[in-house]
Design a protein. Structure first.
Length: 225
């Protein structure tokens, strides 16, 4: 009898706690999409680093990681959460939620906040985001992105697929390398936003885009102007 009574108490408490966690993740997801939109809009406004139009037109997808933290004292590291969208013949689908983490060893002192934009070239590279995690420079090629009206450099990324990276720094830290960084999915935020952790259904147009995503897509379209 006592056991049944305890279960009657525990189940409602667990439901309330789960709902609270999901609500918190939903708020975090909305905020992350909005931060990604601001990064894109600031790039549009500044015209400081322009992603070539042909890359945007032909890319398989785009990832934005706003405010990625990087810092270190001898042993350094970086981590950030962001969003990834798929380009389906000019129509942007998603976003799904992702994270990037990396560690480094060497003489380095400083703290930096980096806005990171990853242009995904080729379907194979895009499909890597369907995994739980993958390594840049290992599983998928990565290179600093070309700047200007057109991407003319015949790099391995252009020829065989991979990721071009663009960054904007806000602090005092010299240099950035994405070789060895690991990208992984944020299951809880995907679940909170879409009621599914299935990244493929999120990235390939099988779920309804939230209002924040529509605003982000509108901002991305301005990069082509």
């Amino acid at each position: 009898m006592k056991k049944a009574f305890s279960l009657c108490l525990i189940v409602p408490i667990m439901i309330v706690l789960t709902s609270s966690v999901l609500a918190g993740k939903m708020d975090e997801a909305d905020l992350l999409i909005d931060k990604a939109r601001i990064v894109i809009e600031e790039m549009v406004t500044s015209r400081d680093k322009v992603i070539p139009e042909d890359l945007l037109r032909d890319c398989a997808g785009l990832a934005v990681i706003p405010g990625m933290f990087k810092g270190g004292l001898i042993v350094g590291g970086s981590y950030g959460k962001g969003v990834v969208l798929a380009n389906l013949d000019g129509r942007w689908s998603g976003p799904a939620f992702t994270s990037l983490g990396a560690g480094s060893v060497g003489f380095q002192i400083g703290v930096e906040s980096i806005d990171l934009i990853l242009v995904i070239i080729g379907q194979k590279a895009m499909d890597s985001f369907l995994r739980t995690s993958f390594k840049l420079g290992g599983d998928v090629a990565v290179a600093a992105g070309p700047i200007g009206a057109h991407a003319t450099a015949a790099t391995d990324v252009m020829l065989h697929g991979g990721i071009f990276s663009y960054s904007r720094s806000k602090g005092l830290f010299a240099g950035i390398s994405l070789e060895g960084a690991v990208l992984g999915s944020q299951w809880e935020m995907n679940e909170a936003m879409y009621q599914t952790g299935n990244i493929k259904s999120i990235l390939y147009g099988q779920v309804e885009q939230p209002p924040a995503a529509l605003r982000l897509v509108s901002s991305i379209s301005k990069l082509k102007r």
